[in-house]
Design a protein around this ligand. Structure first.
Ligand code: HPA
Length: 275
């Protein structure tokens, strides 16, 4: 059997007795969001280091635990923090959590992140529904022996961010009176922020926001048959789009300020997901 698949199975086995339910919805929390927010009924928290083989994140502002919770009446599993590619340069580690959440039953995946705004019309604090992504400058997490148990060798990415879910998210935004943009997210490896020339280049090929996560997760999720929806919070203007250089403190700070707004949107969205 595929080695990576075996690892996922072992991880699932190691938490089998602590899982309160089989989740339907999986969420990855980007900077700013936490399970302390009102409206998240936490049932069980499992620290990553208590899950066999689970890679642990070292990034400030992330909470390294798998959270089982009820949100808007739906059975949900949440990654309180993600493991970024720049922490170790290992793609398998970056997507381990998403694969585990799929393995234990989740059909939907909601990805949230903090991103730099490339599109000149974007302001700090804006929320962007991810319409599509650019993965050209990162390593595909599907390189290597295909995990047949999850999906096809050559999976299409034509509707990676499920059109129906994007429509549903826009309806939620209208109900919640929250202004949202819709655009293309590009993942880069980081950890350094971009140069202004790189950002100009990404803009010229159609990117609206930039970040160091999410796309690898989307690719494995789509490969494994999940329906994906992604939200970027614009935490800063990308390099060259303003006079100030991006910095991590600003990313964390904006995340905290916008978390209530993102949570409100997510709660409404989840309430309207089909079972
Ligand atoms: N660039 C890359 N990743 C990011 C940024 C950025 O400006 N802001 C938040 N994550």
């Amino acid at each position: 059997m595929n080695k990576e698949y075996e690892k996922i199975q072992k991880a699932a086995k190691s938490i089998e007795n602590r899982m309160p339910f089989k989740p339907d919805v999986a969420i990855v929390f980007g900077s700013g969001l936490s399970a302390d927010i009102d409206g998240i009924k936490v049932i069980e928290k499992i620290p990553y280091n208590e899950i066999e083989g689970f890679p642990v994140s070292t990034v400030v502002g992330h909470s390294p635990e798998l959270i089982f919770a009820e949100i808007s009446g739906k059975k949900t599993v949440i990654m309180g923090g993600r493991v970024h590619f720049y922490e170790h340069g290992d793609v398998d580690k970056s997507v381990f959590g998403v694969r585990l959440m799929r393995y234990i039953g989740a059909k939907y995946l909601i990805l949230t992140n903090a991103a730099g705004g490339i599109n000149f019309s974007y302001d700090v604090g804006d929320i962007m529904i991810i319409k599509d992504h650019i993965s050209t400058f990162i390593k595909s997490p599907l390189i290597g022996e295909n995990i047949e148990e999850f999906g096809l060798r050559f999976p299409p990415m034509s509707d990676a961010y499920d059109k129906k879910l994007r429509e549903l998210m826009k309806e939620s935004a209208a109900r919640c009176n929250i202004n949202v943009k819709e655009g293309v997210y590009i993942q880069v490896t980081g950890p350094q922020f971009e140069t202004p020339t790189e950002i100009n280049f990404y803009r010229s090929i159609g990117a609206d926001s930039v970040g160091m996560s999410t796309v690898m997760e989307t690719i494995v999720a789509v490969h494994a048959g999940m329906r994906v929806c992604g939200l970027s919070t614009i935490s800063n203007k990308a390099a060259g789009a303003s006079d100030a250089a991006p910095n991590h403190e600003e990313v964390i700070e904006t995340g905290k300020i916008t978390s209530q707004k993102v949570a409100k949107l997510l709660f409404d969205f989840i309430a309207h997901l089909e079972d």
